[in-house]
Design a protein around this ligand. Structure first.
Ligand code: IPM
Ligand code: MN
Length: 359
């Protein structure tokens, strides 16, 4: 089969880690007889520099017509240090999520056995942790009404949700729980926020159609604490945009490095795959960034295309690199491998693995 993949490498370490994912896809294509046609597009600070626009029209068009989107990272300190900048790299990503209707962000969090000692959390607390976070991605305070008074002394960000917006992601979260350990935790702030009360009411009403799933609720402050105290208690977490952003970064501590967390952003027509880490500008061009989150996002991309066996091979290769310590300095301080060497190892493993399976 032939697949067109829109590749948005973005800023900072984005291009370096995305390059490794392309290597991996080439290896998968070679072994399983698929063609992945990569089409590059601009977004973020690099797009502002070249076109003045963080999300050029051509990028949106390419994304709409591709089979999947592989994204690296965006952000540049020259904009971060200037919050008043009218055009910011992040606007590109937020607008792309909205334009493509990528309402459902899935972020798997796992404690890998080989990395238990990498987490600052105690081994017995995190061992066996396997959580999937369903983060709503196109609503809430990210996309509400924004205002700044003329005198600059008053700012406003509105948070809004409709029942439809809640239901469409909640269905996916319930269905995921059905395939896993059958537990769904809705994280909200229903003791304070009207939008949270709508989430609770809507999700509670839906639970009758998923009788095999145990539904419980946590306030976000309490969830933030429990996620660190007892992460094994969680199976699927469902939450709104802002809470999901914060909790998923927190949860990355469990796995030992944010450089391991992959994500899928799903809409009705399109799907985008990206590591949850940012552009890590300090590491740009140094060949030290961890490519595994991007490579694991590629596994999610393959699964989305229905290529399950291919996705498993990629995940197995990542597992092997962790076991053998063929990893970058964020998890391997003693004898770190470079970004490109980790990518080479994963790609080579895929070639060899399939040879040995087929013979
Ligand atoms: C993420 C990022 C983005 C977000 C930023 C870059 C706008 O932190 O994907 O988690 O807040 O959603
Ligand atoms: Mn984030």
């Amino acid at each position: 089969m032939k697949y067109t993949i829109a590749v948005i490498s973005g800023d900072g370490i984005g291009p370096e880690v995305t390059e490794q994912s392309k290597k991996v896809l080439r290896a998968v294509g070679n072994i399983f007889d698929h063609t992945f046609l990569f089409k590059e597009a601009l977004m973020g600070a690099c797009a502002i520099d070249k076109t003045g626009n963080p999300l050029p029209k051509e990028t949106i068009e390419l994304c709409k017509t591709s089979d999947a989107i592989l994204f690296g990272a965006i952000g540049d300190p020259k904009y971060d240090n200037n919050p008043a900048a009218k055009v910011r790299p992040e606007q590109g990503l937020l607008q792309l999520r909205k334009e493509l209707g990528l309402f459902c962000n899935v972020r798997p969090v796992k404690a890998y056995d080989t990395l238990l000692h990498n987490s600052p959390l105690k081994k017995d607390r995190i061992e066996g942790t396997d959580i999937t976070i369903y983060r709503e991605l196109t609503g809430g305070i990210y996309f509400g009404l924004k205002e700044l008074s003329d005198d600059g002394k008053h700012a406003f960000d509105g948070c809004s949700y409709t029942i439809e917006e809640i239901e469409r992601i909640a269905h996916l979260a319930f269905q995921s729980a059905q395939k896993r350990r059958k537990k769904l935790t809705l994280v909200d702030k229903a003791n304070v926020l009207e939008t949270s009360r709508l989430w609770r009411k809507t999700v509670t009403a839906m639970a009758v159609t998923y009788p095999d799933v145990e539904l419980d609720f946590l306030y976000v402050d309490n969830a933030a604490m429990k996620l660190i105290l007892n992460p094994k208690d969680f199976d699927v977490i469902l939450t709104e945009n802002l809470f999901g952003d914060i909790l998923s970064d927190e949860a990355s501590v469990i796995g030992g490095s944010i450089g391991l967390l992959a994500s899928a952003s799903l809409g009705k027509e399109n799907a985008l795959f990206e590591p949850i880490h940012g552009s890590f500008p300090q590491a740009k061009g140094k060949d030290i960034a961890n490519p595994l989150a991007s490579i694991l996002s590629t596994a999610l991309l393959l699964r989305h295309l229905g290529l399950n066996e291919e996705a498993e091979v990629v995940e197995k290769a990542v597992q092997k690199s962790l076991e053998l310590g063929i990893t970058t300095e964020d998890i391997n301080t003693k004898n770190p491998f470079s970004t490109s060497k980790v990518g080479d190892f994963i790609a080579d493993y895929i070639y060899n693995q399939e040879d040995s399976d087929l013979n």
